[in-house]
Design a protein around this ligand. Sequence first.
Ligand code: BV8
Ligand code: ZN
Length: 254
Amino acid sequence: MKTISEELVRVLRNAKNVVVFTGAGVSAESGIPTFRDALTGLWERFDPQELATPEAFMANPDLVWGWYEWRRALVTNCRPNPAHLAIAELQRFVPEVHVITQNVDNLHERAGSENVIHVHGSLHHPICSSCRTPFHIHETIDVTVEKERKIEPPKCDSCQGLIRPGVVWFGEPMPEQPWHIAQHKVLNCDLFFSIGTSSIVFPAAGLPITAHENGACVVQVNPHSTGIENVLDYNLVGKAGELLPQLVDLAFRN
Ligand code: BV8
Ligand code: ZN
């Protein structure tokens, strides 16, 4: 198990403005497959870059909508893990904490984090693919998790267009306001955590680089290497659900 340095504990204890940037790895210990592992069953023969696109949805709406409803069912049946809870707890000790997530699940919110910035949208806020009117989705899932299947997307109440997941697909621009706010928070933080992300997808993967260039202390939490090691001040190699509660305990309970 990676030991957490006294120096990092002191940095967190004295931090004034922390950004916590997360990817699918922070939800892994809740039982949610990471983005690259989420393609099982019906969808295992696809590459995420193929399925998470507007073209895939237009070509095969039932397949893509089914994949997102299956993922939403998974999230609804899972719970925040100790990593989400430790991140939410930071708000009690650090003057300013901003969670910026690439994840489309709502586990940060369910763990108690406030004002979570979703730079890639959310499973829980579908919209009309034609007029972009938000669609109220019934929380009761009609997709039982084990039955991965194609599902016909609902139709928009206003224009009868196909309802689509409210996520940012490959080739789509970042959501204007969340992206603007995310960049502003990164430019104003003194401590930046990059947790559970492979740092592959841009422009989101550029945030740790921006933090580093702006003089923030950058900490990665990931059991594997990710290619941004050159901008890190600390690299905690291990599971977020184990390392983050330890770090919060050492910084604020000892
Ligand atoms: C855009 C939502 C242009 C959907 C997702 C350079 C600049 C700009 C764009 C590009 C560029 N180069 C290429 C591009 C295009 C593309 C891109 O980046 N492609 C990649 C593949 C090279 N980017 C885009 O298309 C973006 N849009 O650029 O638009 C534009 C501008 C103006 C006008 C028109 C167009 C939009 C990209 C958004 C795609 N949507 N998600 C959905 O969820 O279905 S991306 C998706 O994958 C996630 O949201 C996340 O962002 C991304 C990466 O996933 P991760 O979260 O990192 O998960 P992954 O499985 O990869 O890794 C998990 C990690 O966790 C691993 O490292 C693992 O070791 C670790 N882990 C595992 N267990 C644990 C753990 N860590 C800690 N604890 C554990 N227990
Ligand atoms: Zn519509």
